[in-house]
Design a binder for this molecule. Sequence first.
Ligand code: SF4
Length: 352
Amino acid sequence: MSRLLARPGATFRCFGDGLCCTDVHQLGPVTRSEKVALDRHAAGATTRIAGLVLLRLSDDARPGGCHFLDAEMGCRIHTHDARPRTCHRFPYLLVRTPDGLRLGTDHRCPCRTMFDRTESAPIDVARAEAALLDRAGRLSTDRAIEGRVPIAARRRVGWTRYLAIEAELLASLARASAQNPVESILGVDPFPEIEVGTWEQIGVDLAMETRASRWGECFRLFGRTLAWLHCPPDERPRRLAFAPRLWQESFDRAERRTPFDAARADDVIEAMYADFVADFVWGLEWTYACDMTQLRIELCSRLAVARTFARALVRSGARPDRACAESIAMIEVVGVSPAWMSIAGRCSAAVP
Ligand code: SF4
């Protein structure tokens, strides 16, 4: 019997799309003993950045992919003891709450966002638990929620009350459809006035991210889209265009393995965004940065960027569900950054 609590309706199956083994996030950190094992297996497999030991990215065969990623997007040490625990954990998150250990999932990988929704099965909690155990057989958590939960400016509620509020929101998100979009369920407007700066300037600042990786490009794309949305109409380019595409090989694989029914596309896309939003709420990381009202506003704002970005991809020929998955990857990468979290906390000025 697993000790973990999965969100009702959450699904996940790894299809080997390989995005988790790339610069969509930092590959690590690895522990001292894991570094020794990795270096013994392949000299130069790790690198040290800002005091952390990370897996080295390849700069020849598969630029931006892990040193161990093979030509088929598989891990060359998948069954080897040297494979670090951090690789086993993705896409799972573990949160300690007053009523148990919550299992959450990241949505940047198309394995989590693109699949046949008529055949999906609930998340395999026992498998997730095995992935989350450390080498000593313990479950280490990513975060812990104790005490009261912020749900509005100067208003915190106890855990039981919070669960009731959350359950209502999650149940509504489970019914999202093209006729009942996520933003109407969240019930707030995006992009309120903020005390310092403007949304256009925030976009311009994010678009100036200097890191050369695709992770850095993700911020630049998000920033350009946000700035475009807030640029005076007579000053902005008529159309947004994005090339080259990010993590193309992983999304290509996901597109090939996922059936697409154009007649159901709008409902599927709404389900994809709703699933992402539900897991972001369930993951509770937002409680460190903002209250639940601010969360709704920042999610609506990120969704506006995602939908604008996805529309631009569709105009340039992308399949709509894939464009949606790419847009979710982008808003998740940016949304969990300290820069965006602090922006979420600044939305309070506009809350009535
Ligand atoms: S070691 Fe294997 S699982 Fe871990 S990031 Fe590299 S390729 Fe992926």
